[in-house]
Design a protein around this ligand. Sequence first.
Ligand code: FE2
Ligand code: FE2
Length: 388
Amino acid sequence: MSIGIFGGTFDPVHVGHLALAQSAMREVLLDKVVFVPNWIQPFKTGQAVTPGEDRLAMLEKALGPYPNMVIDEVELSHEKVSYTIDTMDYFRNANPNEDLYFLMGADAFFRIEEWKNASRLLREYGFVIGSRPGYEDHQLLVLIKEIQDKYGTRILLLENPLFDVSSTRLRGMAEKGEPLIGLVPRSVAEYIQENKVYNPEKREEEALEGIVGPRRNHILGVVETAMKLAQRYGADIYKARTAALYHDYCKDLDNETTNQYIEEYHLESKYKNQPQLSHGRIAAERVKREQGIVDEEVLDAIRYHTTGRKGMTLLEKIVYLSDTIEPTRDYPGVEKLRALAWVNIDEAVIMAMDQTISHVNQKGMELDIDTVEARDDLRKKIKEKENE
Ligand SMILES: [Fe+2]
Ligand SMILES: [Fe+2]
């Protein structure tokens, strides 16, 4: 019997996964495909953290109608990051007389030689590859030939191009409440909706878990203000919400921890011993890795909320400003700034930055050149507009 082993996060499982498994059975005559959902180490591997139970439940719904597609929980139950070589060895021990293939998309295959124990993996196991739209067949064929010559690998290439569906995009759509019918099986779409798997309210609960007191009220205040400003100025309110929820993800780091992150993420060394200035930059890196947020606009709004920068996007201005005017803020001039924020966001950002700059100078603290550049850039743009 030929068995295909199909590993992935399946977050969520979608029609592209099912089509790959079906093509593998139809085109290269695999008898069975075993879906192996990865275990994801929370807060470490840089993946989104939809719990294993939910991903498993969605797989069960999706595969229910197909007797030749089954699930194996070996990786989930081990609760540690598994490498393909370990998983394949496990299946070979369990099925010593069967022909085992690893199922994968072409995009991942291009990096196969970087995988753990790649040469043994490629010598001992077969591969079934689905080509993805966007990949030159020629490039793929050259690579396959190279790998075959080098390792003697059995490689079967599927003819049907795969659906260009990505789980990342589906999660984004689900968060916005957009329908997923047609992209995931109906039963999976229903599960997502009923269990609020990718629901923004649930994300809010998770983001705020363990955060109490004034800090919690501050974040909720920024969320509320950012969403209102997004509506007022025509930015994406969901992106505003996500950025606001996570903007202070790394607030209150001590100097030592700050410096460790600066090193780890290759941030500018001027931010050493400056948690006040750098916590936005560190937060952007960490929410990308730990919360699976990949939207660059959202990440930039988090990244630059502490300092601003030249050429700020609307979303960046919204989060920057919301941070300084949210309802729990109380300092001389905040009322004026709040009022201006509704009338002219650029002038409000300039005013907020002027306040920051003079405050920082008074206290003899470190001023980030980005803030000065951001303010001057906005002033220049306003002038240019006036002269038009
Ligand atoms: Fe902050
Ligand atoms: Fe903040």
